[in-house]
Design a protein around this ligand. Structure first.
Ligand code: 4AD
Length: 459
């Protein structure tokens, strides 16, 4: 070993030489001297001792101040959320006592850097964010509520899930692309377009990257993206956002059955990869104690059978106040009731062309319906929408006409049908909806960092 190099894994900030670790690290460090950094999650005093739960995003650690350390001015006036540096010896917790990772840090040194002490008194975080705080205020204070245990676990699971999608797509040799957010074409209907003035031209925030993904197939093979999609939804439901993360994929030379099998594989494999990390698995079980891997194959149900099911189960169409009939859009409430009663993932397929987008391929056996699929999950409802795409030029033209879309701006999309068209299909999965299901969150708002929806664009 080259003695002139800095000593491995040791950092010297002062005259103590404790090893620096993250709070969740090092099951093997009992008895060693370590240096930790984090914020005060909780603190309590008991006689001459002070117990601190320190938090750093990787875990929590119980720290004990005793003797003169507990009597210092900074210890006596310590506030929650204060950032600290603490050195001490890691010990096993005494028999019968509980602490994260069954260990505690017996501190011999601590430091609060100037300006790092968190506000106390009226301004203390516990006064600004508590159980009784109004929902709207909590949302204004998202930058603080993100420090809470539930919010931070959901965000950490989200990171793992996004990584798992990338892993699984790479296993399938799919390539990631990054389509534009500023566009001049609609994908999912004009009513939810955010319009903006783009150097005097009209442009929109994209509703879906699908059309762009389709243009990549001829040169890149199967592709995917994880990008933001935007919907000017004027509804305040628990599953609608104005800005959401959209996991979209497009596959070349496939059949509708291939699309369904792929989708089932991706969703289950993403869960496997995500749960393979013990910390993430524990977070998921803390958030959703009843979580079970979905059984394969997923139930497959045709739209027409769903209509019959709704009629039989007396779930009416809330808009017409009448029983459902073929051609109705199954609204969110009815869809969720059905999914919750069936209580397992459902591939709902073959929707009528009239209630779906211009690009969807019709079913050869029954041209009233399309080769389309929504994946429905208990508690949330639709989390995926996908279909086979029209690959015939004339049929696509008829699709534009049916939806009153001027094809001019779509020249680049239409061109795909002129230069080597192919049977292809794909889907979009709402990441926040997937997480709401996985982490059993009441609303998708709690599954994004800073939710954007009707009436909210801050912080
Ligand atoms: O069903 P959608 O509208 O389908 C598409 O956008 C297709 N072009 C995707 C494709 O085939 N590449 O949306 C797909 C998914 C929905 O199932 C839902 O999970 C999510 O996107 N989604 C929303 N999530 C949150 N807030 C909203 N307003 C959403 N709208 C759709």
């Amino acid at each position: 070993e080259d003695a002139s190099l800095p000593e491995a894994k040791k950092i010297k900030l002062d005259d103590t030489d404790a090893e620096k670790i993250k709070l969740g690290d090092g099951k093997d460090v009992k008895g060693t001297r370590v240096r930790v950094f984090g914020r005060v999650h909780r603190e309590r005093r008991q006689k001459d001792l002070m117990f601190i739960t320190l938090r750093d995003g990787y875990g929590q650690m119980q720290v004990i101040f005793s003797g003169p350390l507990a009597k210092t001015y900074d210890a006596l006036t310590l506030t929650r959320e204060t950032s600290m540096e603490i050195a001490g010896t890691l010990m096993k917790v005494p028999e019968g006592a509980h602490a994260p990772n069954s260990r505690e840090l017996h501190a011999d040194y601590f430091k609060i850097h100037a300006g790092w002490k968190a506000a106390g008194g009226e301004e203390a975080i516990t006064n600004r964010v508590s159980k009784g705080t109004e929902q709207a205020t909590l949302l204004d204070l998202r930058h603080l509520t993100l420090r809470g245990e539930t919010a931070s676990k959901v965000m950490i699971v989200r990171d793992a899930v996004e990584f798992a999608f990338n892993t699984v797509y790479k296993e399938l040799r799919m390539r990631k692309v990054s389509p534009p957010a500023l566009v001049q074409t609609q994908v999912e209907g004009g009513s939810t377009l955010f319009k903006l003035d783009y150097y005097t031209e009209e442009a929109y925030l994209t509703q879906s990257s699908q059309l762009y993904l389709e243009t990549c197939l001829p040169s890149m093979g199967d592709v995917y993206c994880i990008e933001k999609s935007f919907r000017a939804e004027k509804s305040l439901t628990r599953r609608h956002l104005a800005e959401y993360s959209h996991v979209e994929a497009e596959l070349d030379f496939i059949t509708f059955d291939d699309l369904l099998s792929h989708l089932e594989h991706v969703m289950c494999r993403v869960l496997e990869v995500t749960l393979a990390d013990p910390t993430i698995k524990q977070h998921i079980l803390d958030l959703n104690p009843g979580f079970k891997m979905p059984e394969r194959p997923f139930m497959r149900m045709k739209y027409s059978d769903a209509i019959d099911w709704l009629i039989k189960n007396e779930i009416i169409n809330e808009e017409t106040k009448e029983p459902h009939k073929f051609g109705d859009d199954i609204a969110e409430a009815a869809e969720r009731k059905m999914t919750d009663i069936i209580n397992k993932p459902i591939f709902l397929t073959h929707f009528p062309a009239e209630i779906k987008s211009f690009y969807m391929m019709r079913d050869k056996e029954d041209p009233r319906v399309t080769e389309s699929v929504d994946c429905l999950m208990p508690g949330v409802g639709e989390i995926v929408g996908g279909s086979m795409r029209i690959f015939d030029y004339d049929e696509l033209m008829a699709g534009y006409a049916r939806e009153n879309i001027d094809p001019t701006a779509y020249y680049w999309y239409t061109d795909q049908r002129k230069y080597g068209s192919s049977p292809h299909g794909g889907y979009g999965l709402g990441l926040e909806r997937f997480l709401a299901w996985l982490c059993e969150q009441h609303t998708v708002r709690d599954c994004c960092l800073y939710p954007r929806y009707f009436g909210r664009c801050k912080p």
